[in-house]
Design a protein around this ligand. Structure first.
Ligand code: 13P
Length: 248
């Protein structure tokens, strides 16, 4: 009942022309996808990628959005700027933004509400560090990120959550399918308690962290996992396409 969503997060990779070459290579490989296919790209690539994906089933995502409508926020990008190029998704609160750029649950919440108000689907990222997992704090950390980051949302089914354990990102160390499934089940229950269980049952929750062509089938076979947010493997057309086609 929940449509899977596979999204690439290019992070700070690919110039605009390299990005166009990549989506041109991906497009013919994913035409029969049964899931939503999204590429989240650096802001400066958005105009070029927006053109390149016309007529394909690839959707466009950004890697961040500012919470203000406009104004004196040097270096930031507004929702209106994204909308002009047909951006439909935006990653919010990625652990790299939290770690290196001072993103907090409060700013995550503001950005999420702004994206929703503009009809852009937020892909809200949450996840624990290795130390937090090893000291048994995973559920507390996730519950706080959920309670603070998602407060005030009217229709929780309009967002996507990405569960990305920080220790699995870019490390080649994937959470086991059982670990990911169990943690995502906890996230769904927590969201259900905060909003409503019926809405939580409709909410799409992705797994992210070293997901690749080799492990995607096992991860995607888990009942709670509704998709993937893919870093490294989204930068190679055959790898990303193999993940998109996980059910074939
Ligand atoms: P990797 O797939 O490179 O581990 O990155 C995951 C990620 O951070 C996606 O947002």
């Amino acid at each position: 009942m929940r449509k899977a969503i596979i999204a690439g997060n290019w992070k700070m990779n690919n110039t605009a022309s390299q990005g166009v070459a990549l989506v041109n290579a991906i497009a013919p490989l994913v035409t029969d996808a049964n899931c939503d296919v999204v590429v989240c790209v650096p802001a400066i690539n958005i105009p070029a990628i927006s053109e390149a994906i016309k007529g394909t089933n690839i959707k466009l995502g950004a890697e961040n959005v500012h919470f203000a409508e406009k104004g004196a926020y040097t270096g930031e990008i507004s929702a209106a700027m994204l909308l002009e190029y047909g951006v439909e998704y935006v990653i919010i609160g990625h652990s790299e933004r939290r770690q290196y750029f001072g993103e907090t649950d409060e700013t995550v919440n503001k950005r999420t509400l702004t994206a929703l108000a503009n009809g852009i689907t937020p892909i809200g990222c949450i996840g624990e560090s290795l130390e937090e997992r090893e000291t048994g704090k995973t559920e507390d950390v996730l519950a706080t990120q959920i309670h603070e980051g998602l407060k005030g949302i009217e229709d929780i089914t309009k967002i996507v959550i990405a569960y990305e354990p920080v220790w699995a990102i870019g490390t080649g160390k994937t959470a086991t399918a059982e670990q990911a499934n169990e943690t995502i089940a906890f996230i769904r229950t927590t969201v259900g308690e905060m909003f409503c269980p019926k809405c939580a049952a409709q909410l799409r929750i992705q797994y992210g962290g070293s997901m690749n062509a080799g492990n995607c089938k096992e991860l995607m076979a888990m009942e709670e996992i509704d998709g993937g947010l893919i870093g490294g493997a989204s930068l190679k057309a055959p790898d990303f396409a193999a993940i998109v086609n996980f059910d074939k």
